[in-house]
Ligand binder design. Structure first.
Ligand SMILES: *[C@@H]1O[C@H](CO)[C@@H](O)[C@H](O)[C@H]1NC(C)=O
Ligand SMILES: *[C@@H]1O[C@H](CO)[C@@H](O)[C@H](O)[C@H]1NC(C)=O
Ligand SMILES: *[C@@H]1O[C@H](CO)[C@@H](O)[C@H](O)[C@H]1NC(C)=O
Length: 218
């Protein structure tokens, strides 16, 4: 809106000034806000029963083989028999700078049948992202989705915060579920509740949904 009167005058000089201002702002935004990423993050994938196949999950996360998942889940004794209601850890890279200021990784997902942004986020990606966040990364409006189209699915990640603690180098993107609390998530992760809260300032762990970043030991 601000630039309209200038553009209307059709002066090349003015246009080049506008262009330089735009370039200045967009570069500034990218350089100013994006922290360096890290090689790896983990996704905490809740096995709801809708998806219960490690091979399919490894495809969603662009892993070459499902055995890459097993390395992070020594509790899985038989890959053909995984338990609904458990969570598994899925590795993914965390160097991407999404939208100029968010650490995340974007996966390519191929639309099947009547997939919607919400369904892909909630079922295939097990609430590791949301329909709104996926929509934001794609130029297609929701009604345009057709089978075999490729869409971007972005999962946020964290590489920690040196001001909180230097003890942790690996972080898990963890979707909260109904019934969980700060205490229960901390117990499950084996970290102090105070540390967990400091990594996720202002997050209500009892909200029943939403993402938190959990430091992983060892
Ligand atoms: C994701 O959240 C929705 C709504 O909160 C829920 O119905 C669904 O079961 C969740 N998906 C998984 C895999 O937990
Ligand atoms: C990812 O992070 C951005 C920036 O903090 C936020 O706006 C977005 O809602 C997050 N996505 C999810 C699925 O939480
Ligand atoms: C997916 O993201 C890439 C990189 O930001 C972008 O060039 C591409 O247009 C996006 N795909 C869709 C379907 O919007």
């Amino acid at each position: 809106m601000l630039f309209f009167p200038v553009l209307k005058r059709k002066s090349t000089l003015d246009l080049s000034i506008v262009f330089h201002i735009l370039v200045f702002f967009s570069c500034n935004n990218v350089q100013g806000k994006c922290r360096p990423g890290c090689d790896r993050a983990l996704a905490s994938y809740y096995l709801s029963g809708d998806v219960s196949d490690l091979t399919y999950i490894s495809t969603l996360f662009n892993l070459k083989k499902y055995t890459e998942i097993l390395q992070y889940n020594p509790q899985i004794k038989n890959a053909d028999f995984i338990i609904t209601g458990d969570r598994i850890k899925v590795p993914f890279p965390c160097h991407g700078c999404v939208n100029g200021d968010v650490l995340g990784h974007t996966f390519s997902y191929t639309i099947k049948n009547r997939d919607t942004y919400d369904k892909v986020a909630q079922t295939d990606y097990a609430n590791l992202t949301t329909g709104d966040w996926v929509h934001k990364m794609n130029s297609y409006e929701p009604h345009m989705l057709q089978p075999n189209m490729k869409i971007n699915v972005t999962v946020n990640c964290s590489c920690g915060d040196g001001r909180v603690s230097k003890d942790y180098g690996l972080f898990m993107t963890y979707p909260l579920r109904p019934g969980q609390t700060l205490a229960s998530v901390a117990r499950e992760a084996g970290v102090l509740p105070e540390i967990l809260q400091r990594y996720n300032p202002e997050v209500d762990f009892s909200a029943g949904s939403g993402l938190v970043f959990v430091p992983v030991k060892g």
